[in-house]
Write a protein that binds this ligand. Structure first.
Ligand SMILES: NC(=O)c1ccc[n+]([C@@H]2O[C@H](COP(=O)([O-])OP(=O)(O)OC[C@H]3O[C@@H](n4cnc5c(N)ncnc54)[C@H](OP(=O)(O)O)[C@@H]3O)[C@@H](O)[C@H]2O)c1
Length: 253
């Protein structure tokens, strides 16, 4: 059994606690938090600590804290030569203080405390500095997920940017669609089957094969009618930029 400790009590830490609680391959040794109440509903209180001096040995320490705090928190772990990983998509493996063996354990999913997830279907991107540590991390990842990738820091940086495009930007476009619906007395729900089908299509088609709409058809008349309809300058700019990118087929503008 692999002994794992988690540092942090936020979205990722809480989902990891739930996932590790479900597997018999991992012993969750301790959860180190600044605010014990945040995880009290997930784990036995005698495993929750808030003083670094109380941290005991484990095979793996997962530092699931804000990107900016990774270096400071990993440096505060009162051990050396232990395997310590962070969970960030955009931070280099070197951010972990090098007194310990550095690694990354990045779950590629949008995680919110309030929303349950099936961790088995979340890709986990792992990186270590040596093969032995890779094997430990791979075992831990495979105990909670069916999808595990070896991804280095440079690739992860690119992956994180791609994830911002396909998740955060798409979600922002939902927000704009929602605003337009509200302004025109339409229920946003009417768009949900379209949103669902668009996401489903991408499971079997390449993005450029799945694209439809006026920009794809180079239907300038409809595009101009949409631009005249929009009064919000920000929405107009986004519409123009995305339309041009679709017409140029994603190539440089
Ligand atoms: N949420 C996602 O969708 C997601 C997905 C994949 C990866 N990640 C990555 O996972 C990491 C954690 O993200 P999150 O969404 O779980 O963040 P979060 O919900 O904002 O939680 C951040 C945690 O970091 C702790 N923290 C911040 N500064 C600290 C410090 N100086 N010392 C000790 N603890 C500190 C916070 O403690 P307090 O509560 O006491 O402030 C909190 O427990 C980040 O690297 C993020 O990039 C996030």
């Amino acid at each position: 059994m692999i002994r794992v400790s988690i540092i942090g009590s936020g979205n990722v830490a809480q989902h990891l606690i739930v996932a590790f609680n479900k597997t018999t391959d991992i012993e969750l040794v301790q959860v180190f938090v600044r605010n014990g109440a945040a995880v009290a509903h997930l784990i036995n209180p005698d495993k929750i600590y808030n003083n670094f001096n109380d941290i005991i040995a484990a095979d793996l320490f997962i530092v699931a804290v804000t990107d900016d705090a990774i270096t400071e928190v990993s440096a505060a772990i009162p051990f050396s030569n232990e395997l310590v990983v962070h969970t960030s998509g955009s931070v280099s493996i070197s951010a972990i203080d090098n007194k310990n063996r550095q690694g990354v354990f990045y779950p590629l999913q949008t995680l919110s405390k309030s929303k349950e997830v099936d961790f088995k279907s979340i890709p986990i991107c792992i990186e270590t500095k040596n093969e032995k540590d890779f094997q430990i991390l791979e075992k831990v990842a495979k105990s909670i997920s069916n999808i595990v990738y070896k991804i280095n820091s440079e690739q992860r940086k690119a992956l994180h940017i791609a994830a911002v495009f396909v998740c955060n930007f798409v979600n922002h476009l939902y927000q704009i669609g929602n605003d337009i619906c509200i302004e025109n007395d339409l229920p946003f729900d009417i768009l949900k089957p379209l949103i669902q089908e668009t996401a489903n299509k991408i499971l079997t088609l390449q993005p450029n094969q799945a694209q439809t709409g006026p920009a794809k058809r180079k239907d300038i008349k409809t595009i101009n009618a949409h631009l005249s309809f929009l009064s919000d300058e920000n929405q107009k700019e986004i519409y123009k930029m995305l339309t041009k990118s679709i017409i140029d087929n994603g190539k440089k503008l």
